[in-house]
Design a protein around this ligand. Structure first.
Ligand SMILES: [Zn+2]
Length: 128
């Protein structure tokens, strides 16, 4: 699974892995396959790419644990367990929106430059 974005596993219980999505910045869940042998690795995203301007990245991401991954061994995760990640999730969404906005701006400016160039070339040809 090379070249795919990394999805950080935040919380794992015997049923689910709760991940930070590198595609949209939101929280998603995938099956964990149990705590004995947690099935990290490649998955297909559940979300839609939130931009018509910035091209959609390739489908999928690679789920990986990090130093802040919490493994919950006493039952299934509840919304109370997820509350501890509120700050991380808010930051992830904020960073993602800022990144997307900056990318959209870059692409719009590039298109404007190209349109101006086309126009200038047309004028130049007419003068010849
Ligand atoms: Zn997503």
């Amino acid at each position: 699974m090379t070249g795919e974005p990394i999805a950080e596993a935040l919380l794992v219980d015997e049923r689910m892995i709760y991940i930070l999505c590198p595609i949209c910045g939101e929280l998603h869940t995938h099956g964990s396959g149990g705590l004995e042998n947690i099935s990290y690795g490649g998955r297909v995203q559940h979300c839609y790419w939130p931009s018509k301007i910035v091209p959609e990245p390739n489908l999928g991401y690679d789920i990986q644990p990090s130093e802040r991954t919490v493994i919950k061994r006493d039952g299934l995760a509840t919304s109370k367990d997820l509350k501890q990640f509120r700050g991380i999730l808010a930051e992830s969404k904020k960073n993602f929106r800022a990144w997307l906005k900056a990318e959209e701006k870059k692409i719009k400016e590039q298109k404007k430059r190209e349109a101006r160039e086309r126009w200038n070339n047309m004028i130049r040809k007419q003068k010849q």
